[in-house]
Design a protein around this ligand. Structure first.
Ligand SMILES: Nc1nc2c(ncn2[C@@H]2O[C@H](COP(=O)(O)OP(=O)(O)OP(=O)(O)O)[C@@H](O)[C@H]2O)c(=O)[nH]1
Ligand SMILES: [Mg+2]
Length: 457
C-alpha cells in the first residue's frame, strides 16, 4: 500500500486561500511625483461592480477606451477625470482575478479623488507585492517567476535585467520543474520497488534508479557550484582597491567613478575609511571600495582604517592591488592571491613587468596612460565573475538553501541500503524542490505513481 502521508501539503499555496473571495485592492502602478499619466491598478471580485458604478459598465475586455470617470456614473455625480480604461476579466489577467487599469492625469488631487471613490466602493489599498502574490496564489506564476518580477523592477544594469528576464519568462522555473519531473519519476519507481518487493523486478530497475539519482545530484551540485554567478549579478560585485599610502588608490577610484568621490592629497594616510562607489563595468553592477593605505601606524583611527582595508581584501570579489612606480614593493612583499596588480605613476618611473607571478598593468592616473587598458581588464574580470554555462543561474539565497537541501537528501538517499528509507529521503528532496517553486504537494507524487504504474487495484 502506498501511504498518503499528508506531510508537506501544508506548505503548498492551498493553505493561503481558505476564502475564495478576493477582496478588491488598488494601487498606483506608476511612481509618485509629477508626471503626465498615473496608472491605477485595481484587482479583485468587486472590479465589475466598480466599473459599473464609475463608468456605467465594463468596457470591451483588453481594449483601451477613453471614458469619463464618475463617482457615480448613473447620476453623473462628481466627474473625477477622463481616463483611459483597460478591463481584464479573470482568469486571464495578471493576477488571475477580475482587474482593470485606469490611466489618469497624474495630478495628486485626481489620484486621491479616485482612490477615495475606490475606497467608497469597498476596495482597499494593496499591500506591497500583493498583485504578484495573488498571481502566485492563482497559479499565474510560480514562486521563482514571482521573485523574477521583483528583480526585474529592481534591475539597474544590463546583466541584472537579462537575468531577471530568465526568471520572469520561466527559464529558471523550467529548470527546477525539469528536476522535479525527474525526481517524481525516480520516486515513482522507488515506490514500485517498495510495493512489489517479492515480485521479480529485474535488478536493472534498481540500477537505473541509482544512476538517475546520481545524475540529478551531480547536476544540482554543478548548479550550486556555479560560482554564485546569479547571486553576484543580482546583488552586484565588489572590487576593492588596496595598497600602500600614496599609491594613488583614491585617484584611481575617482577616475573609474568619473567624479571626485574620495579626497586625493600628497599626504600619506589621506584615506582612513572605506569609501564605496557604485559603477557599471561591462553591464555588471560593481561596488568599488577605496581603502586606507596599508602600513604600520600608531594612529588608532588610521589603524582602524587599515583593519577595514584588510576586511575588504578578504571579502571582495576582486582585489585591485596598486603601488606607485617610484615606491615599488620590496622583495619580501608578495602579491595578494588573484589580485589585479597595478603600478601607478609610470610618468615618474617605469613599471616592472611582473610582481611575483602576476603581470603588472602600468598606468598613470595623472597622464591617463594605460587607464583604458586597465578598465578593460576590470571589465573582463567582471564578466568572468558573472558568466558561466548557458543554463540560467541560481539567483537567490532561498534557491541555494532549497537546492542544498535537495542535494543533501539525494546524497542521503544514495547512502541508504533500504528501499523504504531511500523513498523517504527522495520524498524529502521532492518537498524541498516543491518549496522552491511553491507548488509540489504529495498528491502530485501519488498521481504520478498511479499514472505510471497503474497501481489502482
Ligand atoms: N606623478 C603622479 N602622481 C600621482 C598619480 N596618481 C596620483 N598621484 C598623486 O599621488 C598622491 C596620492 O594620491 P592618492 O590618490 O591620494 O593616493 P592614495 O593611495 O589614495 O593615498 P592614501 O589615501 O593616503 O592611502 C596625490 O598627490 C596624487 O595627485 C600619477 O599617476 N602620477
Ligand atoms: Mg586615498
Amino acid at each position: 500500500m502506498i501511504k498518503a502521508t499528508p506531510a508537506g501539503s501544508g506548505e503548498t499555496r492551498d493553505n493561503e486561500t481558505p476564502d475564495r473571495r478576493a477582496p478588491t485592492i488598488f494601487a498606483l502602478a506608476t511612481g509618485a511625483g509629477r508626471a503626465a499619466i498615473a496608472v491605477m491598478r485595481v484587482s479583485g471580485d468587486g472590479c465589475g461592480a466598480i466599473l459599473t458604478r464609475m463608468l456605467g459598465g465594463p468596457p470591451t475586455p483588453r481594449r483601451a477606451v477613453l471614458r469619463k470617470l464618475w463617482r457615480d456614473a448613473a447620476t453623473q455625480n462628481d466627474h473625477l477625470d477622463d481616463a483611459l480604461v483597460l478591463w481584464f476579466p479573470g482568469p486571464s489577467s495578471y493576477t488571475g482575478e477580475d482587474s482593470f487599469e485606469l490611466h489618469l492625469h497624474a495630478g495628486p488631487a485626481i489620484i486621491s479623488a479616485v482612490a477615495d471613490a475606490l475606497v467608497a466602493e469597498g476596495a482597499r489599498p494593496a499591500e506591497p507585492g500583493e498583485f504578484t502574490r495573488r498571481a502566485f496564489l492563482n497559479g499565474r506564476v510560480d514562486l521563482v517567476e514571482a521573485e523574477g518580477v521583483a528583480d526585474l523592477i529592481e534591475a539597474e544594469t544590463e546583466a541584472q535585467r537579462r537575468q531577471a528576464l530568465t526568471q520572469t519568462d520561466g527559464r529558471l522555473s523550467a529548470l527546477y520543474h525539469e528536476w522535479a519531473d525527474r525526481l517524481r519519476s525516480v520516486l515513482a519507481r522507488q515506490e514500485a520497488l517498495i510495493d512489489f518487493p517479492d515480485e521479480d523486478l529485474p535488478p536493472e530497475v534498481e540500477d537505473a534508479l541509482i544512476t538517475d539519482i546520481t545524475a540529478l545530484r551531480e547536476e544540482i551540485a554543478a548548479h550550486l557550484a556555479d560560482g554564485a554567478r546569479g547571486e553576484r549579478i543580482r546583488r552586484g560585485l565588489s572590487f576593492s582597491i588596496v595598497g600602500p599610502p600614496n599609491a594613488g588608490k583614491s585617484s584611481l577610484l575617482n577616475w573609474l567613478a568619473e567624479r571626485d568621490a574620495a579626497i586625493v592629497s600628497p599626504i600619506a594616510g589621506t584615506t582612513r575609511d572605506a569609501i564605496e562607489v557604485a559603477i557599471v563595468l561591462a553591464g555588471v553592477k560593481v561596488t568599488l571600495v577605496d581603502t586606507a593605505g596599508i602600513r604600520e601606524t600608531s594612529d588608532p583611527i588610521e589603524a582602524e582604517g587599515v583593519r577595514r582595508a584588510m576586511f575588504h581584501v578578504e571579502h571582495s570579489d576582486c582585489v585591485v592591488q596598486i603601488f606607485a612606480a617610484d615606491a615599488p614593493p620590496d622583495t619580501e612583499t608578495t602579491p595578494l592571491p588573484d589580485a589585479i596588480v597595478v603600478c601607478n605613476k609610470i610618468d615618474l618611473a617605469p613599471a616592472p613587468a611582473r610582481f611575483g607571478e602576476i603581470s603588472v598593468s602600468g598606468v598613470s592616473v595623472r597622464t591617463g596612460q594605460g587607464l583604458d587598458d586597465l578598465r578593460e581588464t576590470l571589465e573582463l574580470k567582471a564578466l568572468a565573475l558573472t558568466s558561466g554555462s548557458g543554463a540560467p543561474p541560481l539567483t537567490r539565497a532561498r534557491h541555494r538553501a532549497a537546492a542544498d537541501e535537495v542535494y543533501a537528501a539525494l546524497s542521503a538517499a544514495l547512502a541508504q541500503p533500504w528501499a523504504e528509507m531511500r523513498g523517504e529521503e527522495l520524498r524529502l528532496a521532492m518537498r524541498a524542490l516543491g518549496r522552491l517553486t511553491g507548488e509540489v504537494g504529495v498528491e502530485d507524487i501519488l498521481d504520478t505513481v498511479f499514472g505510471q504504474f497503474c497501481i489502482g487495484k
